[in-house]
Ligand binder design. Structure first.
Ligand code: G6P
Length: 366
């Protein structure tokens, strides 16, 4: 069926707005109405492996980086993550002790497909997380898990990213359950939080008017820095990628704790610093990083929950308030302000949001 913009100015805006719906669809697909997971086929055996290898390109790579935090923390399986173009030429050892997992919206990215073929016959299982079930990557996997995002037209990935995260979190939960690291109560608690996620995503979308206003100011910047810690670090990377892809503003992301090892030299009143930091156990450390920025005249745009924004104090330049969610779900929720910020900054700059220069939706050549 032909996909139209459904009243939105751009496909990207439509796809951002669709996230509560499509993520809800993915959650129902994998959990039905209960709290037990329904994986297709024979499922995946996470016992008897000693590591997982996650490979992808672009935004899908950042989804993999987030999944590393979840899989290691929940399931206790060591995870290696690499961009497909590096992985395959490194000729890394891959054996029967590994599950190799490939993440791709299109399922046709040449480097990711080549990395999959490199692992085929070596790894115990080839898994993929894809949006297009008939794609080459899906067909060549032992098991392809659909993300159910629906057709994504905007070149800058939005709903595919958050649906990839959702499915990768489900993979981490399943691995944890099989390895005896997730009791039924905790599983039920997380599944309940997941079911409540679409409503929280709608609250996050309600910040659009504020974000649009902030974006007028962000559009003046030459450079923007993104900071995040722990599972929010890959999201900082994704926020910076989105901004540079569509607004052409130079943006870089760092793990908050790395600030003092280099990027702090860039800070002055002209460089906005976007900090993605829910009030989690790492929050106090991030506050000291923000203070380092503010002490040098830097402008902090804090994306956090109410408690986080209050704890950060008066020195911050701007803030965007997110609802509170289960810690594990923060990367999915905070994807929304990251996307809205990039989108409205690009609109303020008048760029071609859905077809940014030099980029292709799917890169099927090396
Ligand atoms: C291209 C797109 C990116 C995307 C990447 C990986 O570079 O512009 O948005 O993240 O390819 O695509 P895939 O289809 O493999 O997820």
């Amino acid at each position: 069926a032909r996909v139209d913009k459904a009243g939105h100015k751009h496909f990207m805006a439509k796809e951002i707005a669709e996230q509560p719906q499509v993520i809800g669809d993915a959650i129902s697909h994998y959990f039905g109405s209960g709290t037990d997971l329904h994986l297709p086929g024979d499922g995946i055996d996470f016992n008897g492996i000693s590591r997982m290898i996650l490979v992808a390109c672009g935004t899908a790579y950042y989804a993999c980086l987030t999944a590393k935090y979840w899989i290691e923390k929940l399931a206790g399986i060591p995870v290696e993550v690499d961009v497909a173009s590096e992985f395959r030429y490194r000729e890394p050892p891959v054996g029967e002790d590994a599950i190799a997992l490939f993440v791709s919206q299109s399922g046709e990215t040449a480097d990711t497909l080549a990395a999959l073929r490199y692992c085929a016959g070596k790894a115990r299982t080839i898994l993929s997380v894809v949006n297009v079930p008939e794609s080459s990557i899906a067909r060549e996997s032992d098991l392809a898990l659909p993300i159910l995002a629906g057709t994504e037209i905007g070149v800058a990935s939005t709903k595919a990213f958050s649906c990839q995260l959702t499915v990768l979190l489900i993979v981490a939960l399943e691995a944890a359950r099989q390895r005896g690291r997730l009791d039924a109560d905790r599983q039920a608690e997380i599944v309940t939080a997941l079911r409540g996620l679409p409503a929280r995503l709608n609250l996050a979308l309600d910040t659009e008017a504020i974000t649009e206003r902030l974006s007028q100011e962000l559009a003046e910047a030459q450079d923007v820095l993104f900071l995040g810690r722990g599972q929010m670090y890959p999201l900082a990377l994704e926020g910076a990628l989105k901004l540079k892809e569509i607004s052409y503003i130079h943006a870089e992301a760092y793990a908050s704790g790395e600030l003092k090892h280099g990027p702090i030299a860039l800070i002055d009143q002209n460089v906005p610093v976007v900090v993605m930091a829910p009030r989690d156990p790492l929050f106090d450390k991030t506050v000291s990083n923000m203070q380092e920025v503010m002490a040098r005249g830097g402008k902090v745009l804090l994306i956090s929950d109410k408690a986080g924004i209050e704890a950060a104090g008066d020195g911050i330049w701007r803030s965007i308030e997110m609802p509170v969610v289960e810690d594990l779900l923060c990367p999915i929720l905070y994807a929304i302000p990251a996307q809205l910020l990039a989108y409205h900054t690009a609109v303020a700059k008048g760029t071609d949001v859905d077809q940014p220069r030099n980029l292709a939706k799917s890169v099927t050549v090396e």
